[in-house]
Ligand binder design. Sequence first.
Ligand code: FAD
Length: 296
Amino acid sequence: MDFLRPASWEEALAAKAEHPTAVPIAGGTDVMVEINFDHRRPEYLLDLNRIGELTEWEVGGENVRLGASVPYTAIMENLRAELPGLALASHTVASPQIRNRGGVGGNLGTASPAGDAHPALLAAGAEVEAESVRGSRMIPIDEFYTGVKRNALAADELIRAVHIKKADGPQQYSKVGTRNAMVIAVCAFGLALHPETRTVRTGIGSAAPTPVRARAAEDFLNAALEEGGFWESGNIITPSVAKQFAQLASGACNPIDDVRGTAKYRRHAVGIMARRTLGWTWEQYRGTARTLEGAA
Ligand SMILES: Cc1cc2nc3c(=O)[nH]c(=O)nc-3n(C[C@H](O)[C@H](O)[C@H](O)COP(=O)(O)OP(=O)(O)OC[C@H]3O[C@@H](n4cnc5c(N)ncnc54)[C@H](O)[C@@H]3O)c2cc1C
């Protein structure tokens, strides 16, 4: 196995163009497991660790541009206000050691349906900045996941960064596991309120072949919040609306039975998490609305 160690982004792109089968390695928390278990024997490993810019982020007016290798710990420590959903999701990843090494670029590279970043990215709204020697393109997060552990990257492309919408309202992330730490999700749910556009977005993890949004649930809730004037009034969401939202979220799942849980359990748990995260985020929204009213 050859170890390619580019010193710059341009060198990395050139190496990937020359060796399209080269496997990029960032934190290595997925790649090294696969190699150690002999699930993968790549001819080339493309080490991205000398490329400093991949561990940097920029907070812009509307988006955060997150370098592909920014570790989860840095997200939790520095971007909690801008990316609350992703920060909460990061907090549930593995252990401090893994969170110091692993990042969102690697999570996207692996594209496991159980990856914790995905529901938060889907709910917040994000685009993946992919680049090759041929040029750069932005892949909307909804189009990034193409199958079980498959993504939309071409063989010569690398992820340079992820552009994530800055939160304009409360966000939550909920995960069911067999214990509280060091656990791959049995299933997970991300929810983001977007008061500026008066929309709600969701993300479901580990309950379908790819991470998915619960679109019917979003459409239903968006219409119910609009028709009921909830965004203006900040009134408590009616239990029947929350129940219907939960049922539709559950219906968006297409899970399997596996060692971590049954399909039936996953559908049920996603419904529960949808209702709970809606309750939590809406309470936060009501609190903010009341604070603003008081200040006016
Ligand atoms: C003990 C343990 C517990 C874990 N627990 C969790 C958990 O709770 N939740 C969770 O989501 N994950 C978990 N993981 C998996 C892993 O930590 C995450 O998927 C992490 O985000 C991977 O990031 P990384 O930088 O280490 O990726 P790497 O292992 O370096 O790479 C992962 C994949 O992405 C590709 N890749 C990396 N960078 C790029 C790039 N810039 N462009 C294109 N492709 C790229 C690699 O080629 C590879 O296919 C766990 C892993 C271990 C070992």
